[in-house]
Write a protein that binds this ligand. Structure first.
Ligand code: TRP
Length: 336
């Protein structure tokens, strides 16, 4: 092993390229990824292998993946600073996932709450991939010897399982995998639905007014904020029981950098109408340069191709090293 003195901690994270990327994905995850790129060795991936646990229409899936790649670049993922690749382009993910499946118990996977939720939601397609989803996620993380993994609350259980799998493998053989920790961002926002602020903002919301897509045009963003659910006491103040207002304040704070006190002062004696308009306008201004960069990237297929090929090559070298170690320790007869 080379000395670890110069190495920055490694961060790995991934997002599925399944259609719409929302303001919730951006403020909750992507914006933080962007800010981690100087301090850490970051490896980011589009988890397209995970996406086929739900049936995809081929042309649409291809388009979604390319657009998600362009959109993440537009958000500020820098392919010079970080490794940014598409999961299915690095075959080691599928290979290590198979291996780790054999070190993961049926009982463990059965206890995953996301599996139980998704199985209930897609009762007509409870496939083995959906069940084994967490061991593929473990493979993603462990291939890069990641020290830290920024994940939302809904992925904590999967990260805990990843740690268990890593420790199990390490003690069955010898230290092979870095056991990753969760990374809790300093300024994290949990963005809730604009229509039902007790639920997380989600692209699978039946009501499209509940979420803002990063590529929604300005007038759509404004309309969605103007319709956002608030409460009846007409006071812009962060307080328990005011989920709708709290959510809007969180979003406004995130995109303007203002504190809650500053926001309360700004809107003292003013109604929710003014407040919602201000939040909408601030979001529109924040998204404007992202949308402009997206248009530029998506029009330049050659550049996108060059970026994701380069990402896959760099990721593949690191992943290949880990996979080779694993195969050797297990006792597979080397091909050469
Ligand atoms: N399962 C994650 C999600 O849906 C995406 C993901 C796949 C991921 N592999 C990962 C996140 C590895 C963190 C690390 O949000």
């Amino acid at each position: 092993m080379e000395a670890n003195t110069e190495r920055k901690p490694v961060i790995f994270s991934a997002i599925q390229p399944s259609g719409t990327i929302t303001l919730g994905n951006y403020l909750g995850a992507l914006k933080n990824w962007v800010s981690l790129q100087d301090e850490y060795d970051c490896i980011f991936s589009l988890a397209d292998l995970h996406t086929i646990t739900v049936r995809q229409e081929p042309a649409k899936f291809r388009k979604n993946t390319l657009e998600a790649y362009a959109l993440l670049l537009a958000c500020g993922i820098d392919p010079e600073k970080s490794i940014f690749f598409i999961q299915s382009h690095v075959s080691a993910h599928a290979e290590l996932a198979w291996v780790l499946n054999c070190y993961t118990q049926f009982g463990e996977l059965s206890r995953m709450t996301q599996f139980k939720d998704k199985a209930a939601k897609h009762a007509d397609n409870v496939n083995a991939g959906l069940f084994a989803y967490p061991s593929l996620m473990a493979a993603d993380i462990l291939l890069y010897q990641a020290d830290l993994v920024p994940v939302g609350a809904d992925q904590k259980q999967h990260l805990e399982l990843t740690r268990n799998i890593a420790e199990r493998f390490n003690s069955a053989y010898s230290p092979t995998f870095t056991v990753p920790d969760g990374y809790i961002p300093k300024q994290g926002a949990r963005v809730m639905s604009l229509q039902d602020p007790s639920r997380k903002m989600s692209k699978s919301d039946e009501n499209a007014n509940g979420y803002v897509a990063l590529l929604d045009p300005p007038e759509v963003v404004m309309k969605k904020f103007k319709r956002a659910v608030t409460d009846s006491d007409a006071c812009v103040k962060y307080a328990e029981g005011k989920d709708g207002v709290n959510n809007l304040m969180g979003i406004y704070a995130c995109v303007t950098g203002k504190s809650y006190e500053e926001i309360e002062q700004e809107f003292q004696g003013r109604g929710y109408g003014d407040f919602k308009t201000a939040v909408g306008e601030a979001v529109v201004e924040h998204l404007r340069p992202i949308q402009e960069r997206f248009q530029k990237y998506i029009a330049d297929k050659a550049y996108l191709e060059q970026c994701y090929r380069n990402g896959a090559e760099r990721a593949g070298r690191i992943a290949g090293r880990t996979l080779a170690k694993v195969m050797k320790k297990i006792g597979f007869l080397p091909a050469r």
